[in-house]
Design a protein around this ligand. Sequence first.
Ligand code: G4P
Length: 528
Amino acid sequence: MTDFVNQINKRRTFAIISHPDAGKTTLTEKLLLYGGAIQLAGSVKGKKTAKHAVSDWMEIEKQRGISVTSSVMQFNYNDYCINILDTPGHQDFSEDTYRTLMAADSAVMVIDASKGVENQTKKLFKVCLLRDIPIFTFINKMDRDAKNPFDLLEDIEEVLGIKTCPINWPIGSGKEFKGVYDRGKDEIIAFTANNGQREVEADIIKLNSPNLRDKIGNDLADTLMDDIELLDGAGDELNLDDVRHGRLTPVFFGSALTNFGVEPFLEEFLKMTTPPLPRIADGKEIDPINTPFSAFVFKIQANMNKAHRDRIAFMRICSGKFDKNMEVYHIQGDKKMRLSQPQQIMAQEREVIDEAYAGDIIGVFDPGIFSIGDTICSVGDKFVFSGIPTFAPEHFSMIRLKDTMKRKQFVKGISQIAQEGAIQIFQTLGGGMEEVIVGVVGTLQFDVLLYRLKNEYNVDVIMEGLPYEYIRWIENADIDVKKLSLASDTKRIQDLKGNKLLLFTSEWSINWALEHNKELKLSEFGKN
Ligand code: G4P
């Protein structure tokens, strides 16, 4: 195998998704520890007093002490080269979180064992389903009192509609947590709380060992035997084809904080995931090995470094090898170019790179020419990767200009910020640009918008919250929107390209619209 093929085959690119506080940051940190990317647990996230995540690039993030942006971390583990795409986990997450999932080949879903599937996980999961990517579940915090493991599996199956197959099985939880039973190896890994550092001595007992009952007690041993019988008899089998098409999720139980079950999870996970798979462009498969360099832009980040006022376009490499000095072709701009200052980003460290391969994420300096979803390929190639959908915003505000003399700056600012994909802008039917409706996925984006309009464009605006929570794109091109029969609290709007949309305050009004307009077709995702 040539080095080039080997480089691509060893890549694993995945995102970690979870509801805030389920333990995503802690698990990521432990994974980095195994990869040797950090030396000491606790260095990714400081203690509460000095708590702001390492990816604090924007001033506003520092002010609020939370992370708005998604970062990418690369490290080697055994023979693998791993790219973890971090997704903002705070309540105020943004469309970037969704778009990051477009760049991943699989997702790790972290669930808090005392809570089960929570709201934000549900939303992120829906986006994973759009692409049928494999989803691996890590049920975390087993060292705390947890729900019954069968109930947790049922929750995942019912709420998310995906089959489950536990790879290991917990023995007790909280103070009674004794470890996990590894179903494949037929042995028990006893729980040893440690300070969360890398060196963990695994205490392993075979299921038929005479010491088992001494170790975990009679009650838990009886429960375990019953559970194993039930799982073997009634549970879904591990079918890798189902895993790879997102129809079944392998489930692991553990405790990220105490570093219990993290390395076995990583090893099994790496075996089950695939190297970068072909991506679709113009209806054809683009093979990662046989096609020269190609990539698409999935995220644009403004002002990561205020001193430079720069903008960084993040691309996922889909095929071939990227060389620092190579000439590439930007399809949407119809231009040959060199990508300047290509870099890989590790937490807040940026490192200029010379080469990268399919599966990798690179950030390049963007003088304002890229948009989300753009394709970049080798000179001579011409294909366009299927676009990244526009995700439905959930919060809406009316934004008005305070000083009408500043109209030009306002339009420029709001259009540029929308082009980066941080916000979406809409107008009332036939409305102008003095007053726009802004839609965001997470409310923090409103603060970011006001801050940036003031700081970068010197524009003051008045913002008024709107009661809508749902937006739907009207798919029928020929429908007369004014004639639709709608509930009184439904609003007709359009985007800047003239697409027609509806804003609703409740799911009830969406159903009302569909029931009273039989031909009406609504979509939760806009096409780009
Ligand atoms: P997130 O990124 O998904 O939002 O979660 P994060 O890792 O920040 O974890 C949220 C809280 O849960 C943290 O506590 C963390 O220490 C704790 N935690 C994570 N994994 C486990 C686990 O396996 N067991 C237990 N018992 N706790 C866990 P915190 O008090 O909010 O923050 P900190 O002071 O520890 O930083």
